[in-house]
Design a protein around this ligand. Structure first.
Ligand code: ZN
Length: 399
């Protein structure tokens, strides 16, 4: 008896395992064209033995290939401008990962409704001050206060955040792939919309040891979600970046806190209070005419040439205050797993689903925040508990 396999599932699993279609075809003893035909046919009838080979080769349960796939997420649905050198297959991987996240979310949502999406979608030409205000309203935040934990508020407003871990590769080791990794490492995050009606925004981050970069990347992604729901424009990266700074540190509020003579030392206090990097803050102040062009250049030069004696790298890399705050991490996905399934352990979740491999589930939840009062067990080390700001350590000599 033959089994009815969804071709799209085979393509998706292969993409997530970073295998070439020809590698799979070889294992099956097929010409490459037959594999391609399978992947692009809605359904195909296979011998159970062939399905077993595909399942063991791609390390996905057989049932995965027999279940109707979720709506596609294509590389054009990704809200991010990849480095020019990013190959299509890498983007396809990121799209497929987001789609898998979407399927997990939909599964959980069916058991217990996820938080409603409250983030507004606005025209791309909305002023940053206006867009920032609208999003702050959606996050239930006043216009003139720092944002304590952005990821937490964003998830409460219906946008799950995933810190992407590794999925086991099944591809035969290929030097080309290592070169790819180096390219992909450069992107910090991306967003897309998932679900039956593509109405659930999701942000996927790469793990990053800098609290400043994580917060800023998340704010930048919120910019894309808010301003670019109809797709990216040539100016969308600049818009999302300007939005990120305005959301974290509204110019109208920060202007009141600026000293008469702006230095890196005085800005470090502003930075730590508002939770925005010095690099972004300087650009933001300049863009809003709060520092003049000459001062802007001086501050930038200082930032990128001075050394952080604790890390031996420039302040451009490790700014003053680099270890003064906890790295924000998401928690919605594990919270929902615990709520719906009673457990958020990859093997158990994979087994309950019956369709996902444990390492795929692990790649979605390994970067999540552990429960309060629980020992830190996964993810990168966090330098400090809570958002404790240790200002005194960063009192700097005036430039
Ligand atoms: Zn972007």
């Amino acid at each position: 008896m033959l089994v009815n396999v969804f071709g799209d599932r085979v393509r998706a699993a292969r993409t997530l395992r970073r295998m070439k279609s020809s590698e799979v075809a070889t294992k099956l003893g097929w010409p490459a064209s037959k594999q391609t035909r399978l992947e692009y046919s809605e359904r195909a009838f296979l011998d159970p033995e062939q399905l077993a080979i595909i399942s063991s080769l791609l390390q996905f349960p057989e049932k995965y290939f027999l279940e109707p796939p979720p709506p596609p997420v294509t590389i054009d649905d990704l809200l991010f401008r990849a480095p020019v050198a990013t190959p299509k297959k890498e983007k396809a991987y990121l799209a497929e990962f987001a789609r898998a996240v979407g399927e997990v979310l939909e599964w959980l949502d069916g058991r217990h409704r996820l938080p409603a999406v409250k983030i507004p979608t606005l025209p791309a030409d909305t002023s940053m001050a206006e867009a920032g205000k609208e999003v702050r309203r959606a996050l239930s935040l006043p216009d003139d206060q720092p944002i304590p934990h952005l990821i937490h508020l964003m998830e409460r407003a219906g946008v799950p955040v995933i810190v992407r871990g590794n999925i086991q590769r099944m591809a035969i080791h290929d030097p080309e792939d290592l070169a790819l990794d180096a390219v992909t490492e450069k992107h910090l995050g991306y967003s897309t919309r998932v679900g039956e009606h593509a109405d659930r925004p999701v942000t996927v981050l790469r793990a990053n040891p800098s609290w400043e970069r994580v917060r800023w990347t998340v704010a930048h992604e919120l910019g894309h979600i808010t301003l670019h729901s109809r797709g990216l424009t040539p100016d969308s990266e600049n818009q999302a970046s300007a939005f990120a700074s305005e959301l974290l540190a509204p110019a109208s509020a920060v202007r009141k806190e600026l000293p008469a003579h702006v230095t890196l030392a005085s800005l470090t206090e502003v930075k730590l209070r508002w939770g925005i990097s010095l690099g972004a803050l300087i650009t933001h102040l300049h863009a809003n005419n709060l520092v003049d062009a000459e001062r802007f250049e001086t501050l930038r030069r200082q930032l990128y040439t001075r050394m952080n004696s604790a890390t031996g790298r420039s302040w451009g890399r490790d700014e003053p205050g680099w270890d003064a705050r906890e790295i924000e991490r998401p928690r919605l996905l594990v919270t929902w797993m615990e709520r719906c399934l009673g457990i958020a352990v990859p093997h158990a979740v994979a087994q309950m689903s019956g369709i996902w491999p444990a390492d795929l589930v692990a790649s979605m939840i390994s970067g999540q925040r552990p429960k309060v009062n629980q020992p830190e067990s996964v993810g990168p080390p966090t330098p400090k508990p809570d958002n404790v700001i240790s200002l005194d350590r960063w009192r700097l000599r005036e430039a």
